[in-house]
Design a protein around this ligand. Structure first.
Ligand SMILES: [Zn+2]
Length: 119
């Protein structure tokens, strides 16, 4: 279950943010996950909720909610330049039939924003 290690990463990032910015309460963290990461939102939220209230976690993150946005994969054709959104892992350009394509979006995992209060 890779959601657990992702949740651990998020908690680490939040802990660092608390220390760096002297936050007393973090309300919300927004994470954008590419579709190709195949994250199960419920699993990630469950793991995050369990980890944020663990003993070692800073009190400032205990009420933090996790907002997860799934970004659909987007592929661009290197031959004709068109962009398309494949349903599966079939990356053949629908316009010109080329297989010379590149995944542009959908494999990243980024922290979009952290909303918190300072002292
Ligand atoms: Zn094309």
């Amino acid at each position: 279950m890779h959601e657990f290690s992702i949740a651990q990463n998020i908690v680490e990032i939040l802990t660092q943010a608390v220390e760096d910015n002297r936050l007393v309460n973090i309300e919300l963290i927004t994470v954008e996950a590419g579709e190709l990461r195949q994250i199960v939102p419920e699993s990630l939220k469950m793991a995050f909720d369990a980890l944020k209230t663990e003993k070692g976690s800073p009190p400032a993150i205990r009420n933090c909610r996790l907002n997860l946005a799934i970004i659909p994969q987007a592929v661009s054709c290197s031959d004709c330049g068109c962009n398309f959104y494949p349903e599966d892992l079939c990356y053949i350009c629908p316009d010109c039939g080329s297989i010379n394509t590149e995944v542009k979006e959908g494999n990243k995992l980024i922290i979009k924003s952290i909303k918190g209060e300072t002292d």
